[in-house]
Design a protein around this ligand. Structure first.
Ligand code: NDP
Ligand SMILES: O=C(O)C1=NCCCC1
Length: 313
């Protein structure tokens, strides 16, 4: 038996790199479409008092061989000093099942989710000098603003948040960072944030629809990141008008029943677009990447972190 390794959050954040994460996430999305993965929809346990536990096991085969892992994510929204999402990944030897490492995964969850949106944006709206609108300035809103600004050269990045102070704080943080060449703006309303926006990210998970069809540019691309069985942040009319893509069918069948029930037919998985096994949507059409998050994204990034940690000890 080898000794169990723990890679903590600080070490993970030192090793995360946007180009590397983008590469492994693009590979993981593609592997899903090529049937090189084993995973299911996540299982969710309601711990009451608004706390939840999510369990996400998966196995994938990629350039690095076979990777087996399981993320356990606890969402405790009442946390004050700790982040609301506390996640860890158990990484196993794919041949024996032996536990190799426990890897902190709060940062990994944020980065892999934003990278999946960046991959979807590459395949559905690969343009520079545009306007980005971020709806929700929590962990996902913040990391999406950073990740998408890194990969696409926006001329303006707008942020709306229910509690406006948080949007202003994020905009101040981003404006003070000299590596960004675009302008950042906190918006008063969702409508003003969306007006003329080319790329939109929704990250509130709210059960009331706050994104309306009339407020969107007809050629906008939306990365819909908020998830949960009650999540309705985007109005049904938007889904009806859009070409909708998902990350994985197994998750969609479980967690997007409300969209299936109103007749939404998903065009395919992002991995199918990457493989070229489905046609891209018509240019200038409204598109949605409905992200759910996948175990194999976590496994792929955990494996990358493990390998980098071992090479740079
Ligand atoms: N697709 C994927 O792979 C993943 C999706 N998620 C999902 O992304 C969403 C955001 O997660 P995360 O950023 O980590 O969470 P945070 O707790 O960090 O942020 C939550 C955000 O949602 C806003 N919000 C909450 N309730 C409402 C409401 N009723 N109306 C408007 N805004 C609201 C908050 O605003 P305020 O500041 O005013 O409270 C805040 O901006 C969740 O739905 C989560 O399940 C998370 C991880 C991966
Ligand atoms: O994909 C994930 O990871 C999560 N999604 C929803 C909320 C918790 C973690």
């Amino acid at each position: 038996m080898s000794a169990l390794l723990h890679i903590n959050e600080n070490r993970v954040l030192q090793l995360l790199d946007w180009d590397k994460v983008f590469h492994v996430i693009e590979g993981a999305l593609e592997s899903v479409a090529s049937n090189h993965v084993i995973q299911s929809a996540r299982s969710v346990i309601d711990l009451k008092e608004t706390n939840f536990m999510f369990v996400m096991p998966g196995k994938l085969r990629d350039d690095n061989g076979e990777t087996l892992g399981c993320k356990i994510a606890c969402h405790f929204p009442g946390n004050t000093t700790l982040p609301p999402l506390m996640a860890n990944i158990l990484l196993m030897d794919a041949l024996t099942g032996e536990l190799q490492a426990v890897i902190a995964a709060t940062g990994i969850t944020a980065w892999r989710t934003a990278a999946a949106s960046a991959v979807a944006t590459k395949y559905l709206h690969n343009e520079n000098n545009k306007i980005l609108a971020i709806i929700g300035a929590g962990a996902q809103g913040r990391i999406h603003a950073i990740c998408l600004s890194y990969f696409f050269k926006f001329k303006e990045v707008r942020v709306w948040n229910r509690n406006r102070e948080r949007a202003v704080r994020l905009v101040t943080e981003l404006s003070n960072d000299s590596k960004w060449k675009c302008s950042f703006k906190a918006c008063e309303t969702v409508q003003s944030c969306l007006s003329d926006a080319d790329v939109v990210v929704t990250t509130t998970g709210t059960d009331v629809s706050i994104v309306k069809l009339d407020w969107l540019k007809p050629s906008a691309h939306i990365n819909a990141v908020g998830v949960g069985l009650d999540c309705r942040e985007i109005d049904d009319e938007v889904y009806k008008a859009a070409n909708v893509y998902i990350d994985h069918w197994d998750g969609a069948k479980e967690e997007l029943k409300h969209l299936i029930d109103i007749g939404i037919q998903f065009k395919g998985q992002i991995g199918d677009l990457i493989r070229g096994s489905i046609k891209p949507p018509p240019k200038n059409s409204l598109t949605i990447f409905q992200s759910l998050g996948m175990a194999v994204e976590d496994c792929a990034v955990a494996r990358m972190i493990y390998d980098l940690h071992m090479q740079n000890k």
